[in-house]
Design a protein around this ligand. Sequence first.
Ligand code: NZQ
Ligand code: ZN
Length: 386
Amino acid sequence: MNNFEFKNPTKIIFGKDTIEKLESEITSDAKVLLLYGGGSIKKNGIYEQVTKALSKVKVVEFGGIPANPEYSILMEALKVIKDEKITYLLAVGGGSVIDGTKFLSAAAVYNGDTPWDILTKKIRTEKGMPFGTVLTLPATGSEMNSGAVITRAETKEKLSMGGPGLFPEFSILDPQVIRSIPERQLANGLADAFTHVLEQYMTYPIGALLQDRFAESILQTLIEVTPKVLKDPTDYKSAADFMWSCTMALNGLIQKGVPGDWAVHMMGHELTALFGIDHARTLAVITPSHYKYNFEAKKEKLAQYGERVWNITEGSIDDKAYAAIERTEAFFHELGIDTKLSDYTKDYEGTAEEIAKRFTDRGWKGLGEHQNLSPDKVEKIVKMAY
Ligand code: NZQ
Ligand code: ZN
C-alpha cells in the first residue's frame, strides 16, 4: 500500500426526512444563496422542504444551472453573490448544481480578473466561501468530495478544478429524493458511480487488500440494487443503498494508498464538451476500449474483478480479464446505455484526432496510472470507441 493522508471534513446527514435538518446547519446570521438547476425541485416537493427549513435565515435564490454547469450562467450567479453580499451557498441538486456551487465558492474569494483561470491554470482553492448541499441525484459523489467539473459552451471546453477548501460543510442525503428521477438519470447515476470505482481500482495489484474489497463491495452493491432501483425508485431500501454507494464511490476513501487511472473520465469529458453527451454515457463509450487497449497493463486487476464481482471463474487470467470487459459492457447495456460513440452522433469522424490535439495543446503528456497514455494513444482508444 502507498503512503497516504486522508481528511474528509464533510458532515453527512443521511436518511429519511432529513432535509428539515438544514435548519440547524446554517447559522441564523448567514445570507444564503440557494442554487438549483432546471426546476425539478419545484415539482417534486424538495423546494418546499428546503425553503421551510430555511425560514429563519435570509435567502436569495438562483435557479437555472444546467446539466454540465455552464460558466457563463455561473458568472451571473457570481454577480448575485457580490451584489447581494451573500455569505453562504446552498446547492440543491445533482452533480451539476453542486459542482457549479463549488466553482462559485472558489470564484467568490478569487482575486484575479478572470475566474475561468481557476480551471485553466489549475488554481487550487485552500478556502472558499462556505457551502452545504442537499443532494437530489445520487451519481457523482460531489456531495462529499472537493472536485468540480465546469463547462464553457463558447469554447466547447469541460475542465476540472478543486482544492481542500471545496468540500461541502455538510450534505443532506435523503434517499427518498430518487422517487422523481427519470429512468435515464437513474441509469446515468448507476453507471457514473460504477465507473468511479473502476477508475480507482482497475490499475495494477499493489496489495492493498482492504481498498480492493471496499471497491469490490461498492461494485457488488451497485449491481445488486440496479434492477430494483430502475424498477421501483420508491423502494426506500434500494434507494438508500444506491445513494450511499454513489457517495462512497468518490469521497476519497477507496483511492487512498492505491494508484488511480481517471483516463476514462478525461476522455469522456471531451465527448461531453464536443457533443453534449451525458457524462455517464461518455464513460460507457470509453471504458471498454480503454480496457482493451491497456489489456496487458490491467489484466490482473481485470481478472480479479471478473472473478470477485462477476463470478467469472473459468479460464486463464487473460480469459477472465477479457470476459470481465465484455461483462462490464453488457452491464452498461442492461442499464439502457449505448457503448459506441456512433450510437450518439453521426459526426464522429475526426473526434479522436481532435481530442488528442486538445490534450497536446494543454501539455497533457500522459494519462492513466502509469502516466504513459500519450495523446497518440488516446487517439487510438477514442477511435476504438467509434
Ligand atoms: O436541473 P434539474 O431540473 O434539477 O434536473 C436535473 C437534471 O436535468 C435532474 N434531476 C436531478 N435530481 C432530480 C432530477 N430530476 C428529478 N428528480 C430529482 N430528484 O437530473 C438531470 C441531471 O442532473 P445533473 O446534476 O447534471 O446530473 P449528475 O448528478 O449526473 O451530474 C453530472 C455532472 O457532474 C460532473 C459531470 O461531469 C457533470 O457535469 N461530475 C462531477 C464529479 C465530481 N464533482 O466529483 C465527478 C463526476 O465524474 C462528474 O464528472
Ligand atoms: Zn463521473
